[in-house]
Ligand binder design. Structure first.
Ligand SMILES: [Zn+2]
Length: 320
């Protein structure tokens, strides 16, 4: 009986141990399952994060791609604009907007319109400043000593010069010639380099300088035409200037009925030496002569002077 009791107790203990074993075993399974679950969650989070990251990368890539497309689009638009603006500048446009001598020549060829610069000599009070007589010389010369004065009328030369210059301007413009004045104000007297530059800048077909003469001998009379010697910038235009000067002088004396004193070449005139375009200087008569002083201040005689000069300019420039 005692053996049977001991056996029963042992069996109970064994069951108890088995139960405990199973209990611990179950806990262990549950823990492992939990651990696995956590791992999965972590993995899932990582996957989720990775997906998010991948998505983020894709988003960045997408943004970058859009940026690139937009940049390419902008660059393309810019290129198109540039091409468009370049292609829209037609040769005609260039001729219209540029002011290069080449374009001026082209325009003149198309319109057959000549440009004459008229330079009314002197100005009130003169100009005591000095300037170089020639680009290849160190000699300095006064800009404007003031000019002559009517021996009888006491009228200054610059007044007569301007009156005839404006009449000539009107006649030339009426005949489709483009006229540029070096000055229109009697109170100013630009230097002779500046006067020459007006011709150069405008690529003039001719610059005509309007003056009256004066001499100690009151009997001196008639018109003369001064032309540049082949020095300074005038090397290239000396010959053509002489030709033009001769034609214009002949026309003037014929129209006004005065003595022809001829063409005189001068190498000391600043306004000649700085000129790159044909240039002449007309002396329309002597203000020191009582007779010519009166004539030079007569309106109808001034008209004749202007007509004579205009006809000569037309003939010399081939406009007849
Ligand atoms: Zn003068």
């Amino acid at each position: 009986m005692k053996k049977a009791l001991t056996l029963f107790l042992n069996i109970i203990i064994l069951f108890g141990l088995f139960g405990l074993f199973c209990l611990f075993g179950l806990f262990g399974c549950t823990s492992k399952a939990k651990e696995h679950s956590v791992e999965n969650e972590l993995y899932n989070e990582q996957e989720t994060d990775y997906e998010k990251e991948e998505g983020y990368v894709q988003e960045i890539y997408f943004v970058q791609k859009v940026d690139k497309l937009q940049r390419l689009s902008r660059e393309k638009s810019k290129a198109i604009k540039e091409n468009t603006s370049t292609s829209s500048v037609t040769p005609e446009t260039i001729i219209t907007v540029t002011t290069t001598p080449e374009s001026d020549k082209t325009v003149k060829t198309n319109t057959d319109r000549k440009t004459v610069v008229i330079d009314p000599g002197h100005g009130a009070g003169g100009n005591r400043e000095e300037e170089r007589q020639s680009p290849d010389s160190e000699v300095m010369k006064i800009k404007d000593p003031g000019g002559a004065q009517g021996v009888s009328s006491r009228i200054p030369e610059y007044v007569v010069n301007m009156e005839v210059a404006l009449k000539l301007k009107t006649l030339l413009e009426q005949n489709n010639v483009n006229v540029v004045m070096t000055k229109i104000d009697n109170n100013v007297s630009p230097g002779n380099i500046e006067r020459a530059e007006t011709g150069n800048i405008n690529n003039a077909d001719l610059e005509i300088r309007i003056h009256c003469d004066s001499a100690a001998d009151k009997s001196a009379n008639g018109a003369s035409m001064l032309v540049p010697a082949p020095i300074g910038y005038a090397v290239d235009i000396s010959s053509i200037s002489r030709e033009y000067g001769q034609v214009i002088l002949n026309s003037l004396v014929t129209e006004a009925g005065m003595y022809n004193r001829g063409v005189i070449e001068r190498k000391d005139l600043t306004g000649f030496n700085w000129s790159k375009v044909p240039v002449v200087l007309v002396e329309m008569g002597f203000m020191s002569s009582p007779n010519e002083d009166n004539l030079l201040n007569d309106n109808s005689y001034q008209d004749k002077l202007a007509v004579g000069l205009c006809n000569g300019i037309f003939e010399s420039l081939g406009l007849n």
